[in-house]
Write a protein that binds this ligand. Structure first.
Ligand SMILES: Nc1nc2c(c(=O)[nH]1)N[C@H]1C(S)=C(S)[C@@H](COP(=O)(O)OP(=O)(O)OC[C@H]3O[C@@H](n4cnc5c(=O)[nH]c(N)nc54)[C@H](O)[C@@H]3O)O[C@H]1N2
Ligand SMILES: Nc1nc2c(c(=O)[nH]1)N[C@H]1C(S)=C(S)[C@@H](COP(=O)(O)OP(=O)(O)OC[C@H]3O[C@@H](n4cnc5c(=O)[nH]c(N)nc54)[C@H](O)[C@@H]3O)O[C@H]1N2
Ligand code: SF4
Ligand SMILES: [Mo]
Length: 679
């Protein structure tokens, strides 16, 4: 269906203020007020529609118009001319583009079978309608290879599902009731700003704050206790606290008996980690770790905000399990402000699978963290058509040089559906223009804040941009998988809403912002209970590790003399993953501790080379005690333009997988750093 047949978005030629919601990959899921003048966005503000937004939003989305109207915006379909990666393209029509896709997919199917087609996508800035819906139906009908969506939240998700059956967590607002707040592997000041004011308010009311993070984050600076762990050593640290709780008789044995299985196995696994041994392994002061155990054993209500920093590691699954086990062992559930917060996306009881309504074929599964390997090594069949959308893998996947090598293959046909000319799009054979969340319909489901909201276009699509829904629907029609329809995106919204459980869809379509079935402020073990098969906590879940070993087995990273420094690359306040990275043209600075810098004669601002056996990044040094000695940090989501040599942190990240769920090991790289001559 041509875009012009779609129901027209609420575009007014005067000045209007339109309510919508942010779908960027951020836990806060803010409600927005967008001011549009003559069909152009002039202001984006937070509203009070979703109470947790409280009328303010981050700087990234306040200025999202810079992406919408960017000079780098992809305005029409384009076909590569000249060599790959040279960013030279010819404009073509949508008809020609769709014909070309059909031709290349049919060719791949005939020659190698449909498994040679690989869709590559993640959360982009997508809600329920623009991710794993029409796209999923299309690739399933095609019989394409399936993508294991593991680049984020796979270990934490698997851990939370196995232990608590994805029980919804403590609401940000309820942090006010906590007397002890533990922020573990989470830099909320960048990655979900609305939590911060609740933490500050609780502190002002006398709550203690503990932050476990290799970096002195803004929250760590405010904390009563900062535990600057070595990356990847959270498992011993959490187990030592658990061991201490048992040893000092502070474990809530009554609660454990009533609600948990695997208590003895967990206790045994923890027994080897005394405070001293764990402190030694994690590079902490034993007294500080002892204080943490003491506070956690004696203060209530206590809440743990478990983030994602610790999961991006070979020990990511075990660490997350051990952190999540703390409130059970400590008996912290059952009171407002006690328990844990992880992802809250399951609170709605919405199964995306039920929306897709198309059986999944049992085709090859490709772990997205091994894209480099898939593109360069797989031969049965090889990947010959790569269809990228909602993702920018050259910037965000591990082992950047291997991914680039794959994208350079002569026999690979790469399609990229994108908003702006990303580093990945530059390597495409066919580039297709995509709408932003301000130009299409969607349903935003928060994974931190408890909000489900309708997203509506505030302006018409820029240029010839199409939404994911329209693109995959039109392709489905061409392949005979779907009937043409007139309902367009708005029709798809209504259709999906009708499939939502508990009357959520009706409420949404009536313009309401419904609460999740168990309310917006659930108290764990009062309002919500474990979603495991028998409703009990599984403290020692079986079958999680690939090699069948204990879920709490610790795997030290042996490191090496050649590459002695740990590299982490967490979220930056300027981008969401790589989204908006185009607006960061300045050369990035590697954060390095003064001791590590002095040992290498590196001064603040010096040009440096960060390298290992996989690649090298040429940038500048920021010498700062913000990172612990032995650890260096680059932001995630950088584009090639942010370094001197076009490589970013991901060029140094191996394709190794975490202990459970095949997660990425972004914070498990080892590197060396040296001074470089001036450029
Ligand atoms: N501004 C902004 N917001 C974002 C994003 C973004 O890119 N930018 N990304 C969004 C997405 S996709 C996600 S998944 C979330 C992630 O949000 P967060 O949970 O905050 O995750 P990260 O920023 O990856 O890492 C959090 C912290 O973990 C620390 N860390 C690194 N390694 C370790 C370790 O081994 N142990 C411990 N204890 N800490 C460690 C880092 O120093 C960092 O401060 O944020 C979302 N929000
Ligand atoms: N070094 C390092 N790398 C990391 C991480 C890390 O901690 N360190 N974190 C990882 C994490 S947590 C995540 S979640 C991943 C995210 O990695 P990606 O999935 O690559 O996410 P983004 O970088 O945000 O890229 C999303 C792209 O989708 C596009 N997009 C948005 N909406 C739409 C749409 O409706 N249609 C289409 N076709 N395109 C759209 C955007 O323009 C953007 O370019 O990155 C991972 N990469
Ligand atoms: S990115 Fe996060 S903080 Fe910023 S507007 Fe979106 S939901 Fe809110
Ligand atoms: Mo993520």
């Amino acid at each position: 269906m041509a875009r012009s047949d779609a129901p027209s978005p609420p575009v007014s030629w005067g000045r209007s203020r339109i309510s919508t919601a942010c779908t960027l990959d951020c836990p806060d899921s803010c409600s927005l007020q967008v001011t549009v003048e003559r069909g152009r966005i002039v202001r984006i503000e937070g509203s009070h529609d979703a109470p947790s937004t409280a009328g303010y939003i981050c700087g990234k989305v306040r200025r999202f118009d810079r992406r919408v109207y960017s000079a780098e915006r992809i305005l029409y379909p384009m076909r590569r001319k000249g060599p790959r990666g040279h960013a030279a393209f010819d404009q073509i029509s949508w008809e020609e583009a769709l014909d070309l896709i059909v031709e290349r997919i049919e060719e791949a199917r005939t020659r190698y079978g449909a498994e040679s087609i690989l869709p590559y996508y993640y959360g982009g800035s997508n809600g329920l309608l623009t991710n794993e819906l029409d796209d999923a139906r299309f690739f399933r009908r095609l019989g394409a290879s399936r993508l294991a969506r593991t680049i984020c939240a796979a270990p934490t998700g698997a851990a939370a599902a196995a232990m608590y059956g994805r029980m919804p967590g403590v609401a940000y607002e309820d942090y006010a009731h906590a007397r002890l707040i533990v922020v573990w592997g989470c830099n909320a000041s960048a990655s979900g700003i609305h939590l911060v004011s609740h933490i500050k308010a609780a502190q002002n009311a006398g709550a203690k704050l503990v932050v476990v993070d290799p970096r002195r984050t803004p929250l760590a600076r405010m904390a009563d206790l900062h535990l600057p762990v070595r990356p990847g050593t959270d498992l011993p640290v959490a187990l030592a606290v658990i061991n201490d709780l048992f040893e000092r008789g502070r474990a809530d044995l009554g609660f454990l008996h009533a609600h948990a299985d695997g208590v003895d196995e967990l206790r045994q696994a923890a027994a080897e980690w005394t405070i001293e041994r764990a402190a030694q392994e994690s590079g902490l002061d034993p007294a500080a770790l002892g204080t943490f155990a003491e506070w956690y054993g004696t203060i209530a209500p206590a809440v743990v905000r478990c983030g994602w920093g610790q999961e991006r590691n070979r020990n990511g699954g075990g660490s997350s399990l051990a952190i999540l086990a703390l409130p059970a062992v400590g008996g912290k559930f059952g009171v407002r402000g006690g328990g844990y917060t992880m992802s809250n996306s399951a609170a709605w009881g919405i199964a995306q699978e039920a929306l897709v309504d198309e059986p999944s074929p049992s085709t090859r599964i490709v772990n997205m963290n091994e894209l480099g390997r898939a593109l360069t090594e797989f031969d049965n069949p090889p990947v010959t058509v790569l269809f990228v959308y909602n993702s920018n893998p050259l910037s965000t996947a591990p082992d950047q040089n291997r991914v680039r090598e794959g994208l350079m293959r002569d026999d690979l046909f790469t399609i990229v559906h994108e908003q702006v000319m990303t580093d990945t799009a530059v390597y495409a054979d066919l580039v297709l223009p995509a709408t932003t969340f301000l130009e299409h319909y969607d349903i935003a489901r928060g994974y931190g804040a408890y909000h489900l909201q309708v997203v509506q276009p505030v302006i018409a699509p820029v240029g010839e941009a199409k939404s994911n829904r329209d693109l995959f629907h039109e392709l489905s029609v061409r392949f005979g998988f779907a009937e043409p329809d007139d309902a367009g995106e708005a029709g798809a919204l209504i259709e999906a809403a009708a499939k939502l459980p508990d009357g959520l869809g009706t409420a949404l379509l009536q313009g309401q912002r419904p609460d999740p079935p168990k309310g917006r402020f659930p108290v764990q073990f009062v309002d919500v209970r474990p979603g495991t098969a028998d409703g009990r906590i599984k403290l020692f879940p079986a079958g999680l590790t690939r090699d069948g070993s204990s879920p709490y087995r610790y795997r030290p990273n042996p490191g090496s003399d050649t590459y002695p420094l740990s590299l982490i690359s967490p979220a930056s306040p300027h981008t969401i993953s790589s989204t908006l990275g185009e607006l960061r043209p300045t050369i990035v600075k590697l954060k390095i501790h003064p001791d590590d810098a002095a040992a290498r004669s590196i001064a603040d601002g010096d040009p440096i080379r960060v390298y290992n056996e996989l690649g090298e990044v040429h940038c500048e040094a920021s010498v700062t005690p913000e990172v612990r000695p032995g650890t260096v940090a680059l932001p995630k989501g950088l584009w090639a333009r942010s370094t001197f040599n076009g490589s970013t942190a991901n060029a140094l990240v191996p394709q190794t997988l975490s202990d459970i769920a095949g997660g990425a090991c972004f914070n498990d790289a080892r590197v060396q750093v040296e001074l470089k001559g001036r450029h």
